[in-house]
Design a protein around this ligand. Structure first.
Ligand SMILES: [Zn+2]
Length: 335
């Protein structure tokens, strides 16, 4: 151990700063020192001043503040819907089988412009870190049970043109090695652009990759992203129960990914960060949460977070069965 890690939680669902400060004080008393505020498309459109006040109240209490693009464009993690893809349906991704998907394309210039604006607005909230959460190409099989497992995105006009420019041949309709590489390169290129905007605005950048090293879930090889000059924090979220293959082995799952982000962080002068599962856990999960938290702390990662506060009690569909027990286990186990 070289020191105590940063300890944090995600926070969402409370729009009134007067109410939020009570939670912030409670988190501070529990010993946390970082907080991630969600910034959905709706927050950006309607609640920006309120979010800014909550961020300021967090900073006043000594928290390092993070903000994430909650469900923005349908290409990041989170339980928020995208109005952008409804208002600009031409920006949507296209399946290799031709149907449109409910998510914006990383290669569409209008979405790129929208995300540059989102990023400037996010940084203007006064946050320390912009947290790029689980960026991924849309996977049709995730929300359409009728879609074959090997259906992928995106094969829109922009992607096909970019692919032709790079590979000097038409984009195949099946996922060849070149297509996988193109999809990953496109994702990294997108992240580089928005991270540069955040950095210009004075915010640090974190990217949270899902703990599944495939093109569908993000990137097979994390080292190229880790080498980015704009990246400051490399995070992953090894959620062990009913999320990423339902390993139900918190110690092993968290431990192996803590080692992975630590190694990449050491090589690339980054901070490493591990997220602990605090949602969708069954009864009697407190011991697993303790094991996972202890594993991340003992691995000496720079930062440990939980998704999310109070066992996600307020998002009933993904709430833990015993949310308070999960939350208390997390904060108790932190050093
Ligand atoms: Zn596309």
């Amino acid at each position: 151990m070289t020191g105590r890690p940063e300890t944090g939680t995600s926070y969402f669902g409370v729009g009134d700063p007067a109410h939020a400060v009570r939670d912030l004080d409670r988190f501070r008393e529990a010993g946390l020192d970082a907080i991630l505020h969600t910034f959905s498309e709706r927050d950006r459109e309607y609640n920006r001043k309120s979010v800014r006040e909550i961020v300021a109240a967090s900073a006043d209490r000594g928290f390092r503040t993070y903000v994430n693009p909650w469900g923005v464009g349908g290409v990041f993690g989170g339980e928020a819907y995208s109005a952008f893809v409804a208002r600009q349906p031409d920006t949507r991704q296209v399946r290799n089988t031709g149907e449109r998907a409910p998510a914006a394309c990383f290669n569409h210039p209008d979405f790129r412009e929208y995300m540059r604006e989102w990023t400037r607005d996010a940084a203007a909230l006064g946050v320390d870190v912009v947290f790029w959460d689980e960026p991924n190409w849309h996977v049709p099989a995730w929300d359409d049970k009728g879609a074959p497992e090997d259906t992928w995105c995106c094969r829109c006009d922009h992607c096909r043109k970019c692919y032709r420019d790079q590979y000097d041949e038409p984009m195949p309709a099946t996922e060849t090695e070149e297509v996988s590489r193109f999809r990953e390169e496109s994702l990294v290129d997108f992240l580089e652009e928005v991270m540069a905007v955040a950095a210009d605005a004075g915010a640090a950048n974190a990217v949270c990759l899902m703990p599944v090293e495939t093109t569908d879930y993000g990137l097979r090889d994390w080292s190229r992203l880790a080498a980015s000059n704009h990246l400051d924090i490399l995070a992953t979220d090894p959620y062990w129960h009913d999320a990423f293959g339902s390993t139900d082995k918190p110690k092993e799952f968290v431990g192996s990914f803590a080692t992975k982000v630590n190694n990449l962080a050491a090589t690339n002068d980054l901070e490493s960060q591990i997220w602990i599962q605090g949602f969708d856990l069954p009864a009697n999960a407190a011991d697993d949460v303790r094991r996972a938290t202890r594993t991340a702390v003992d691995a000496d990662v720079d930062s440990v977070f939980i998704w999310g506060y109070d066992g996600c009690r307020t998002i009933s569909e993904i709430a833990c069965e015993e949310p308070d027990a999960v939350w208390n286990a997390y904060v108790d186990e932190l050093p």
